[in-house]
Write a protein that binds this ligand. Structure first.
Ligand SMILES: NC(=O)c1ccc[n+]([C@@H]2O[C@H](COP(=O)([O-])OP(=O)(O)OC[C@H]3O[C@@H](n4cnc5c(N)ncnc54)[C@H](O)[C@@H]3O)[C@@H](O)[C@H]2O)c1
Length: 444
């Protein structure tokens, strides 16, 4: 049986420092930074990180070849990561982590010196896009194009200061208000004109994304905002041969949804309703308390079921599914989110059944390893000469970006196979189809 084999690409070596530039020094990013430093010191294990903990099967099951992903692919080492970023507050990463309240002081203190050295640069900020926050640590400039130039200067200064030889930018800033694609986003010329003329439909996250992609720096969007997924920035990523990926880290409730929904569909069980409710009390929850920021998150969370269940193909099972998502800000819980799901399903002869999920999760504990993997894999993509949308990383996102006309894959296990096959392809290994006939040579 002929197997499909990838073409080994030339991948530039991961030599030297990798600068991680983060708009948003908040709960997720400080948990990522503290965890990385702790792993480096041998004080923690990178639980939740596929690149650090996961293996990849190569060849046949009988070959017993399952190296660690980090040994199989030439990823940057955690020792080589250097962190920088921007925020509207001027607190260093240690102070911001204490305020976020995700990690205990006893886990932050051993890495205090390194965390204190990560001081946010002045942010590009506009309250019209995040109404629940305000801060004075922000850039002032005549136009949005001038803000881009200031960000470019920040990035150059960061590289000089740290000696980083490559950069990756990852948006860990607050969820911006709901924005739909407009004419100004429709092509690069219009968009650049809009930057010069301060068009109100260009958000701060778009200013960061443009600044990164223009410099050929891979850009990742960890939030649901409309940012890099607009024709203007998609074409810039092609022009600058730069990889981009997004949107919205897939962590708690949506990760569970993209496990349960495919199981129901695989067994052809019907779904009459899915009610999802969340309470959380961190700053992200406060921002999402604004209906316009919530709308952005809601759109991202709602799209998942529609794409997995394909009601157009299965109208009897999923044509009438009622799907509702709620997020409520509840300060006493801090970052310890609780997500409830009530799932009304039906089986043989239409008999109803219910599934209840109560996920007492920790938002940033789930998000930090996702952010780490994305940083390392996007840097790999860039060194391997990949550019534009990196659909193979959809595993990590609630709302994976895809070219117009293509629906995204949401099923977590299809996404995992896609990711691993892309790594095999990149490294010139056989792709794994799970056909299995190779183990039964005497059967037809
Ligand atoms: N934690 C998760 O599981 C998870 C999952 C998916 C997506 N997200 C998204 O990740 C983002 C970060 O989450 P978090 O819990 O760290 O939030 P957070 O509120 O703790 O941190 C966000 C930080 O971004 C800063 N900020 C806002 N606008 C900015 C700008 N224009 N420039 C620079 N900084 C800016 C805020 O001041 C804040 O410090 C949010 O958009 C959230 O919705 C989080």
């Amino acid at each position: 049986m002929e197997q499909v084999r990838g073409k080994k690409r030339t991948i530039a070596p991961a030599k030297g420092g990798l600068g991680v530039l983060i708009p948003g020094i908040g709960a997720v990013s400080t948990t990522l930074i503290a965890g990385t430093f702790s792993v480096r010191k041998g004080l923690a294990t990178p639980v939740g990180s596929l690149t650090q903990m996961g293996t990849i099967r190569l060849g046949k099951r009988t070959d017993l070849r399952s190296p660690r992903i980090k040994d199989f692919t030439p990823l940057a080492e955690l020792e080589d990561l250097v962190f920088g970023g921007w925020d509207i507050h001027g607190k260093n990463a240690y102070e911001a982590a204490l305020e976020a309240g995700v990690l205990k002081q006893e886990h932050l203190d051993p890495v205090r010196k390194e965390m204190c050295a990560v001081k946010p640069m002045e942010a590009v900020f506009d309250r019209a896009f995040v109404r629940r926050l305000e801060g004075a640590h922000v850039k002032r400039a005549k136009t949005k194009m001038h803000l881009v130039d200031l960000l470019a200067k920040d990035m150059e200064a960061f590289q000089r200061r740290t000696g980083a030889v490559r950069l990756v930018m990852i948006w860990c800033g607050s969820t911006e208000t709901y924005l739909t694609e407009q004419e100004i986003h429709s092509d690069l010329d219009r968009f650049e004109r809009g930057l010069k003329e301060n068009d109100p439909a260009i958000s701060p996250s778009m200013v960061y994304a443009y600044a990164a992609i223009r410099k050929g720096i891979p850009f990742i969007n960890g939030a649901p905002n409309l940012t890099e997924n607009i024709p203007a920035l998609l074409s810039l990523s092609q022009k600058k041969r730069t990889p981009i990926s997004g949107d919205d880290f897939k962590t708690g409730q949506t990760m569970m949804k993209t496990v349960i929904a495919p199981a129901l569909k695989a067994r052809m069980l019907g779904l009459s309703g899915w009610f999802s409710s969340n309470i959380l009390g961190n700053k992200d929850g406060k921002v999402l308390d604004d209906p316009d920021s919530f709308r952005t998150k809601e759109a991202s969370k709602l799209s998942v079921l529609q794409h997995i269940l394909q009601p157009e193909l299965y109208p009897h099972l999923y044509g009438d599914t009622y799907h509702k998502v709620r997020i409520d800000y509840y300060p006493p819980r801090g970052d310890d989110k609780e997500g409830w799901d009530n799932i009304d399903i039906f089986g043989w002869m239409g008999y109803p059944m219910q599934i209840k999920i109560d996920f007492l999760c920790r938002d940033s504990i789930l998000a930090a390893p996702v952010a780490l993997d994305l940083i390392l894999l996007m840097d790999l993509a860039k060194r391997a000469g990949k550019f534009g949308i990196q659909e193979w990383l959809s595993f990590y996102f609630k709302n994976p970006i895809v070219p117009k006309g293509l629906y995204p894959e949401h099923d977590l296990f299809i996404q995992l196979s896609k990711l691993k096959n892309n790594l095999r392809y990149l490294m010139g290994e056989e792709l794994i189809t799970h056909l299995g006939v190779e183990y039964y040579p005497n059967s037809v």
